[in-house]
Design a protein. Structure first.
Length: 279
């Protein structure tokens, strides 16, 4: 009887030992690392940047100066002897020329789905300047000259609305701009073929104007982007240019109007966005 009990215990012990050994030999599970979180590029954030490019204008429409009264009746043209009269209005024009532009930008964007809304300020250097000879002074030695200057500075505050294709942003831009406009009309010649009158007329003003345009921006890194942009400065305002006559024109103030069609600008810029561009 004891032998049977011992045999049963021995058998149970062997079975238990074998089961434990088999469990130790079973393959262990393999645990894989969790995949990295998916990140999406976003244009949301504020940025600072710099740009450079060019500006060019249309024409300056002006006229031979007219008397405001006094020695010469109001409406009398300064170069009446050269053919300026009520029929032709003493009108003529000249090109405004071109200029390099450069400056800085500061702005913020907010992205919702693929739409990007933003506000941006830019300011910098711009100087458009050119001179035209009054054609009605041609028979008087071409001594009456008109000059118009826009700048040397300008600023723009504008909104931006764009659609993003991941790292590429196509946008429209519109707002208000500011710059100084200055005009002069001079006649300092009284010898030779020149007439006996002289004139020094000036006018200047800081003008507000509308702006509109658009561009494309590409983020080549999380915090850095480059852009190409066109912006029209709607500076189609009239500037009054006035001054007293001298010599044979003494006794009256003469005035002309300088009207600018507007200015085209094109630029390339580099922006740095604070906080990167992923979430």
């Amino acid at each position: 009887m004891n032998k049977r009990v011992l045999a049963a215990v021995a058998s149970a012990t062997l079975l238990a030992t074998g089961s434990a050994f088999a469990a130790d030999m079973a393959p262990r599970p393999v645990y894989k690392a969790a995949p990295p979180p998916i990140t999406v590029f976003s244009w949301t954030g504020c940025y600072i940047g710099a740009y450079g490019g060019g500006a060019w204008g249309g024409s300056v429409d002006t006229n031979d100066p007219r008397s405001q009264g006094g020695t010469f009746a109001a409406g009398t043209f300064y170069n009446v002897a050269g053919g300026a009269n009520a029929a032709n209005g003493g009108a003529y024009s000249y090109d405004l020329g071109s200029s390099a532009i450069a400056g800085g930008t500061l702005g913020c964007n907010w992205q919702s789905s693929n739409w990007v809304f933003g506000i941006e300020g830019e300011g910098g250097y711009l100087r458009l300047r050119d001179t035209g000879i009054d054609p009605f002074s041609a028979t008087l030695g071409s001594d009456t000259r008109s000059e118009t200057r826009v700048g040397d500075w300008y600023g723009v505050v504008a909104g931006r609305l764009g659609i993003a294709f991941d790292r590429t942003l196509i946008y429209a831009k519109g707002g208000v701009g500011f710059t100084e406009v200055k005009g002069t009309i001079t006649d300092v010649c009284t010898v030779g073929a020149c007439g006996g009158g002289t004139l020094l007329a000036t006018g200047s003003d800081t003008r507000a104007f509308w702006v509109a345009g658009g561009g494309i921006e590409w983020a080549f890194a999380d915090s850095w982007s480059v852009k190409a942009e066109y912006l029209f400065l709607g500076l189609n305002n009239d500037l009054s240019v006035c001054g007293p006559g001298g010599g044979t024109a003494t006794g009256s103030t003469f005035c002309a109007t300088h009207s600018i069609d507007g200015i085209h600008t094109a630029k390339i810029g580099l922006n740095y966005r604070f906080g990167g561009g992923r979430y």
